[in-house]
Design a protein around this ligand. Sequence first.
Ligand SMILES: Nc1ccn([C@@H]2O[C@H](COP(=O)(O)O)[C@@H](O)[C@H]2O)c(=O)n1
Ligand SMILES: C[C@@]1(CO)OP(=O)(O)OP(=O)(O)OC[C@H]1O
Length: 157
Amino acid sequence: MRIGQGFDVHQLVEGRPCMIGGVTIPYEKGLLGHSDADVLLHAISDAILGAIGEGDIGRHFPDTDPEFKDADSVKLLEHVWGLVKERGYRLGNVDATIIAQAPKMAPYIPQMREVIARVLEAEDPSQVNVKATTTEKLGFPGRGEGIAAQAACLLVK
Ligand SMILES: Nc1ccn([C@@H]2O[C@H](COP(=O)(O)O)[C@@H](O)[C@H]2O)c(=O)n1
Ligand SMILES: C[C@@]1(CO)OP(=O)(O)OP(=O)(O)OC[C@H]1O
């Protein structure tokens, strides 16, 4: 059994799509990054890489590499999951939290769970949990300057 955790932050800016958990959320701002800046999938990817002792997504997908410019983070997660399968592990469960004052994530969480469960080959929907919280208007998420996500992942043989 292996456990990992991940954390990521991206800035909210005008003129970018708000891609979170593989879902485009209608909102006046979106997340800034070298890739599509999907903060949730990045935190989950880092949790998985942590569980298999493979560093982080910055090591696997450098933000200096034009190949990853505007990259689809679903594809990055698929690559990370391939590393897990090579090592003979399968998903125990993943639990993640999106930290955002806005937009409201709840309506989109079922779709995010479906995307993540498909990529991680979950046998049961309960193996993938996604939550959201505000920071009660405190700090950078509370001021709407950015969105953070954290994730924990358990892998089993
Ligand atoms: N961006 C967000 C933040 C929160 N939610 C949901 O609202 C509930 C209450 O949030 P608090 O920060 O006031 O505890 C939370 O449990 C989430 O279900 C959301 O959908 N989107
Ligand atoms: C995903 C990568 C690569 O495109 O870029 P960003 O979208 O900037 O994301 P970040 O969470 O900073 O980390 C990993 C990067 O190397």
